[in-house]
Write a protein that binds this ligand. Structure first.
Ligand SMILES: [Zn+2]
Length: 155
């Protein structure tokens, strides 16, 4: 984590005025995910300078999430740390539908339940497009597999 360049960002307005991006992320990841999505929509529009600073800060946050030590083991092989969650073609996201990076485990998870695999640490990119209930399940998968309190202690 030392090699990641810091780009601190504090919200200037809105419900989290004065709070850091990381603090808000820990409290309300869904809020950050929506900002993340909106960045791409409003990129060429207003407040370009502010948007760019926020974009840098969110990119830094994303790098930190990817570099975090995972604390949960793969429920299939029980040998490696989890890496993916499954978005099932039918039915709900479920915290037991996870696997490590091994091909055998990915295959077994998909045979158990057809769907798409997504990287758990990249969940911010995916949840803005989900129903709130599903998004909350994905957030809970992230929180159970990553030491999010470490991030909070840096804030
Ligand atoms: Zn595995």
């Amino acid at each position: 984590m030392e090699s990641i360049e810091e780009h601190p960002y504090f919200f200037q307005s809105g419900r989290y005025e004065g709070m850091s991006l990381e603090w808000v992320f820990v409290k309300n990841p869904l809020y950050i995910s929506r900002i993340y999505r909106n960045q791409f929509i409003h990129k060429r529009n207003y407040l370009k300078r502010v948007e760019n600073r926020l974009e840098l800060a969110i990119d830094t946050l994303q790098k930190k999430l990817r570099a975090m030590d995972v604390v949960k083991m793969c429920p299939i092989c029980k040998e490696h740390k989890v890496h993916y969650f499954l978005l099932p073609d039918r039915g709900q996201v479920n915290s037991s539908l996870i696997s490590c990076e091994k091909e055998e485990c990915k295959k077994e998870l998909k045979s158990f339940r057809p769907g798409e695999l997504y990287t758990i640490s990249d969940f911010l990119l995916i949840i803005p497009y989900m129903e709130k209930r599903e998004a909350k399940s994905v957030i809970s998968i992230f929180k159970k597999s990553h030491p999010i309190q470490l991030l909070a202690s840096l804030v």
